[in-house]
Design a binder for this molecule. Structure first.
Ligand SMILES: CC(C)(COP(=O)(O)OP(=O)(O)OC[C@H]1O[C@@H](n2cnc3c(N)ncnc32)[C@H](O)[C@@H]1OP(=O)(O)O)[C@@H](O)C(=O)NCCC(=O)NCCS
Length: 185
């Protein structure tokens, strides 16, 4: 997939959320390890479980290393950093990854529990989708626990189609076609 500077050039970007708190969205950096670890440790057990689909007490070093070093050309990760109050804290993150040569990328997203429900995930997903579309991916998909109503509702609101996962009835697969520009006939 080719890199297209246009969507990435819109990063960093600023957003004001529904409750007035402000964030900066930017690409993840190698120096974000400590910030990412702090963000992981403040997640509730529920959020960790819905994000990783496993009980995770610690973030293994290998996961932290790969999270902060996306593979150029087929992985992309952005973080939301608080711009007031606890300035500099990572309060959300979204990423995609694709197999070599694949035109479909898989997303994952996490928002700090005390930042839920104010539109942060929607902002992160809009940016992530724009970057994936500009990079030439034709589809974005995500594996979501069937019980994860907030993620499923968020995905449907963004235009993803919510389908059964043939291999596992506890999961849903949400899929978004990226080939059409939003609003195109
Ligand atoms: C799922 C998650 C990312 C949503 O983040 P969020 O920042 O709270 O979501 P937003 O505030 O942007 O909400 C976007 C939409 O999602 C839906 N939504 C969000 N929270 C919801 C809730 N508690 N119940 C129902 N719908 C909800 C709404 O449709 C909302 O639309 P609106 O803004 O027009 O009302 C967040 O709950 C999270 O990080 N969960 C743990 C990790 C996870 O489950 N990741 C997904 C698997 S990769």
């Amino acid at each position: 997939m080719h890199e297209n500077a246009s969507a990435e050039a819109r990063l960093p970007s600023r957003a004001t959320l529904r409750d007035g708190r402000r964030v900066v969205l930017r690409q993840i950096l190698a120096q974000d390890k400590a910030g990412l670890l702090a963000a992981f440790h403040r997640l509730s057990d529920d959020s960790r479980y819905t994000r990783f689909m496993a009980s995770m007490r610690e973030l293994p070093d290998a996961m932290l290393e790969s999270a902060t070093h996306p593979v150029a050309g087929r992985e992309f990760a952005l973080v939301a950093v608080s711009d007031d109050g606890e300035a500099g804290a990572i309060v959300g993150g979204a990423r995609y990854a694709a197999g070599p040569g694949s035109d479909t990328c898989e997303f994952a997203i996490t928002v700090a529990d005390d930042w839920h429900g104010v539109g942060l995930a929607k902002c992160l997903m809009h940016s992530l989708i724009a970057v994936a579309r500009a990079a030439g991916y034709r589809n974005m998909e995500g594996y979501v626990l069937a019980s994860n109503t907030s993620m499923r509702r968020l995905a449907r609101g963004l235009g993803f189609v919510d389908t059964a996962c043939p291999e596992d009835s506890t999961l849903r697969v949400v899929v978004l076609g990226l080939a059409e520009e939003p609003g195109a006939a």
